[in-house]
Ligand binder design. Structure first.
Ligand SMILES: Nc1ncnc2c1ncn2[C@@H]1O[C@H](COP(=O)(O)OP(=O)(O)OP(=O)(O)O)[C@@H](O)[C@H]1O
Ligand SMILES: [Mg+2]
Length: 236
């Protein structure tokens, strides 16, 4: 057995439910060693402009701290489920933590990815083989989201992450599942990155990038419209 297995997920991979990660079932860890270790963490990128952030722990996992607003969000459960459906990075654990002012946060421990798609597009030079690899992985992700009726609800280029695997290929997953809805007939929110891609693809050396992705976005919209029509017909 490899040493790394010691740090494996705390929940069994065979469990087909994420129920233990519903808000009401979450463990509260207090004090939280990791939280204390990163007492200056408000200087990290904060979720949605507030106090919070993503840090990397000793296991090399990403841990996202999200302030709990009204206790109504189900980000840990959504992230777990999205991972089980194959749309999110590997999910390891989630718990609640309080800061010194008794403000509550979700802590979500997950697999670390390399870059957001936004960072990749603006910082990496065009390399056609990599681009087409990312392109088809992203197209697959979007198609699968549509097929199992998963509505991410905040799908922009900064919420899509890439990871280069040992064989040189790219894995593409979505993060930031706070507002996600599952088993929906129709996604009420649009795919934000279509417009973002339009802008970025306007840049000369990016002309070839992400053509299949654009097709996948269009396919997704077609599926959505077909579902909306079917729904209307059923209700009418
Ligand atoms: N699994 C991960 N691996 C590596 N980096 C990550 C991971 N999850 C999140 N990040 C980094 O942290 C940032 C914020 O995460 P996330 O999008 O989940 O939070 P947010 O609520 O949108 O916060 P913000 O408003 O700062 O974007 C991401 O844009 C990404 O750069
Ligand atoms: Mg985000």
């Amino acid at each position: 057995m490899s040493v790394l297995a010691t740090f494996g997920p705390k929940h069994s991979r065979d469990e087909d439910t994420c129920d233990q990660y519903h808000d009401v079932n979450l463990r509260v860890k207090q004090p939280d060693a990791l939280f204390n270790e990163y007492s200056d963490w408000e200087t990290f990128d904060g979720p949605s402009g507030t106090y919070g952030g993503v840090v990397f722990n000793a296991r090399g996992h990403a841990v996202k701290f999200t302030p709990i607003k009204n206790g109504a969000d189900e980000e840990p459960y959504n992230t777990c489920l999205a991972n089980k459906k194959g749309h999110a990075p590997e999910f390891y654990d989630a718990w609640k933590v309080k800061d010194a002012d008794d403000e509550e946060f979700y802590a979500i421990e997950m697999e670390t990815y390399d870059d957001t798609l936004y960072d990749y597009i603006i910082t990496k030079p065009t390399k056609e083989s990599d681009d087409s690899d990312i392109d088809s992985s992203l197209a697959d992700l979007i198609t699968q989201l549509a097929h199992d009726r998963t509505c991410h609800s905040d799908l922009h280029l900064g919420n899509i992450m890439l990871k280069r695997t040992a064989d040189g290929h790219y894995t593409v997953k979505a993060i930031d599942w706070m507002g996600a809805k599952f088993e929906e007939k129709v996604c009420k929110s649009p795919l934000f990155f279509y417009e973002e891609l339009e802008e970025l693809i306007g840049v000369e050396d990016m002309k070839l990038r992400f053509s299949r992705t654009r097709q996948a976005v269009l396919d997704f919209e077609r599926v959505q419209k077909a579902a909306a029509r079917a729904l209307k017909k059923n209700n009418g």
